[in-house]
Design a protein around this ligand. Structure first.
Ligand code: PEP
Length: 254
């Protein structure tokens, strides 16, 4: 974390929440944001697509940002079941997550496709939160930096800037497992990612671009993780489903 990059605490609700509990969660986060006064971090919630309109209404005026969890590469057309970045923007979204490891794995998404989705997000005026990260087998094989370097090179499209792009480093083996890399390991990968970003977007944009850590971030470990020099916040799954825990992560980042 540095004073020049504003901390972002982003929640990924994944495929969780129906109308009543989704609205209750969003309302609770919005209330905390409103009563928190002027906080030195941004908060974003990414509900499933079905809840975006309801969550938009629940957080309106609170300063909490709204994100989608994925988008198509196109603007509109014959793509049954898909959602475009333009549609997310139309619903009031500020951002969209692309390239989450669950999509890379479950939907065979390549870095090339992720870059096209990020580009579509930029075209719609959304911040693209581009996820990258190594599997446990890749880490054990000593390939962590190679894998993340290749994912930066392949997933970050031309036209990416510190304003329209956030990177989320999420070691796949840390997601939902309660395990995290050591703080030194996290800082090493984040610094490496920033250096690789500089090759793509230039040193100034890379220096200003936020790189979030994701993977079992909780109120108990958030402070140390976000205090690391090149960690600018968190992408949070499980703990974002509880307003108290989610807010505590924001507070821990101060
Ligand atoms: C995620 O899926 O983006 C994530 C970080 O999940 P969790 O916080 O539950 O590990």
């Amino acid at each position: 974390m540095t004073a020049t990059r504003r901390t972002l605490i982003a929640g990924n609700w994944k495929m969780n929440g129906k109308s009543a509990d989704g609205v209750a969660l969003a309302t609770a986060v919005a209330e905390k944001m409103k009563s928190g006064g002027s906080v030195p971090f941004d908060m974003l919630v990414s509900p499933p697509f079905t809840l975006i309109s309801k969550v938009y209404d629940a957080i309106k005026g609170s300063g909490v940002l709204l994100g989608g969890q994925d988008c198509h590469t196109g603007v509109s057309g014959a793509n049954t079941g898909d959602i475009s970045a333009e549609m997310l923007k139309d619903l009031g979204c500020d951002a969209v997550i692309v390239g989450h490891s669950e999509r890379r794995t479950d939907h065979n998404e390549s870095s090339e496709l992720v870059a096209a989705k990020a580009s579509a997000a930029h075209g719609a005026g959304l911040i693209a939160i581009i996820c990258i990260g190594e599997t446990e087998a890749e880490r054990d094989a000593g390939k962590t930096l190679d894998v993340n370097g290749a994912q930066v090179a392949g997933s970050v499209p031309a036209g990416s800037t510190a304003k329209n792009t956030v990177i989320a480093y999420e070691p796949v083996w840390a997601i939902g497992t309660g395990r995290t890399p050591t703080n030194d390991e996290v800082q090493e990968v984040h610094a490496f990612i920033r250096a690789e970003l500089a090759k793509k977007v230039g040193a100034d944009e890379a220096g200003a671009m936020r790189i979030l850590y994701g993977g079992s971030m909780k109120p108990g470990n958030a402070k140390d993780l976000i205090a690391l020099k090149d960690v600018d916040g968190g992408l949070i799954g499980g703990a974002s489903l509880n307003a108290d825990d989610f807010w505590a992560i924001g507070e821990a980042s101060k």
